[in-house]
Write a protein that binds this ligand. Structure first.
Ligand SMILES: [Ca+2]
Length: 378
């Protein structure tokens, strides 16, 4: 081999090596003594969000089927009528939901859905009173409508209440509007914060509307499908999908910029580079990230003693990708991520995870499998 043919080859090898260089792991692998398995609870078609009532009843959304109710101990769910018609194309549909903090008295249920046509749609947050017989949402009111988009991807749409009674909602950047995630004047790629009646809290970071949309709480997000408010510490935890690699767990704070698409640990799906920056001044780093992606979905914190050693840890679902199809335990110590453990590998694409009043974790599959209870193996 002559020098002239070797040089390009060496250059090629060097380039391939640089691309394949593994990203530094974002947290050590955690291993616990406990293993878990799944027990079926109820059939469901593309369940998206779920939340338990105090008596063990379960409310959940199906992406196309709307709101469903499973009575305690029942074998099948029943529809809950009253929601507006949702757009259900591609990733659009009936998505996240939350109970009013005073649900026992108010019976109010909050739902985020995609509203409009494929050419002109937005994220719509509504609330209604769950009828005493659990068959209908009554007096449904529109609370908030995100900016219009002409795409049917990346809706975000998780809901979580804070201790002060305000409601956080994640809104995705619609995939094609990624650059607008950096613009606080739009709702694309944001966490928004509203009062339960849809009005805007006076202490929102852009409340006066001059430098941003009054509803915006934080920005620079991609597609956030996990949101959990820890009522003990007052911490708002969020997961969001990165592109190819770079899924994130973030702690959300007022007015902060989480960087998308200026900084990311991922690349485009076709492997091309979005940015070579993983950090920048004025942009908040994730608490942990995933390379390769898991397609991070719903997020909750275990507050029960059902699983030895896991109390106080976060759990998020993985939906696909080379290391997806997992329930990830995120080991927290004093509010910091100290390890990650993949549970329930290669069983289901997990869209949501929630804790029931019995202290057990439950997962909802992304596809047509249903909702399952996570039980320790003997
Ligand atoms: Ca980020």
């Amino acid at each position: 081999m002559t020098l002239t043919t070797r040089l390009p080859l060496l250059a090629l090898i060097a380039t391939v090596a640089a691309c394949a260089e593994p990203v530094e792991p974002s947290a050590p692998i955690a291993v616990s003594d406990l293993t878990v398995k799944l027990e079926p609870v109820v059939a469901a078609e593309q369940p998206w969000g779920m939340t338990f009532l105090a008596d063990g009843g379960l409310l959940f959304t199906e992406k196309e089927g709307g709101l469903k109710y499973l009575a305690p101990g029942a074998a099948a769910s029943a529809p809950v009528t009253g929601l507006p018609q949702a757009l259900t194309a591609d990733q659009a549909g009936y998505l996240g939901l939350a109970l009013d903090p005073d649900f026992a008295a108010s019976r109010l249920v909050y739902v985020s859905l995609s509203s409009g046509t494929p050419e002109a749609n937005s994220t719509l947050v509504v609330r209604g009173r769950l009828s005493d017989d659990h068959t209908a949402l009554e007096n449904v009111e529109e609370l908030f409508r995100g900016d219009l988009r002409d795409t049917t991807y990346h809706y975000g749409s998780r809901l979580a209440f804070a201790n002060d009674g305000t409601l956080f909602v994640t809104i995705g950047e619609g995939f094609k509007y990624m650059d607008l995630a950096q613009d606080p004047k739009t709702t694309h790629g944001k966490v928004i914060r509203i009062n339960p009646d849809g009005s805007i809290p006076a202490d929102n970071p852009f409340a006066d509307g001059t430098a941003g949309n009054p509803a915006v709480w934080s920005y620079g997000h991609r597609n956030s499908q996990g949101l959990y408010y820890d009522t003990v510490s007052g911490t708002l935890w969020e997961t969001e999908h990165g592109p190819k690699g770079g899924d994130e767990l973030n702690i959300i704070t007022k007015g902060a910029n989480y960087g998308w698409p200026k900084i990311t640990y991922g690349v485009n799906y076709d492997g091309t580079v979005i940015t070579d920056q993983t950090e920048a001044d004025g942009m908040t780093q994730p608490e942990t990230y995933w390379v390769p992606s898991i397609a991070s979905s719903g997020l909750t914190m275990l507050t029960s003693d059902v699983y030895p050693g896991w109390k106080g840890d976060l759990f998020t679902g993985g939906m696909n990708g080379p290391s997806g199809l997992v329930l990830v335990r995120i080991d927290l110590e004093d509010g910091k991520v100290v390890g990650k453990e993949d549970l329930l590998k290669n069983e289901y694409s997990i869209r949501d995870v929630a804790q029931g009043p019995d202290g057990y974790l439950y997962i909802a599959s992304k596809d047509f499998d249903g909702i399952f209870k996570v039980v320790p193996e003997e």
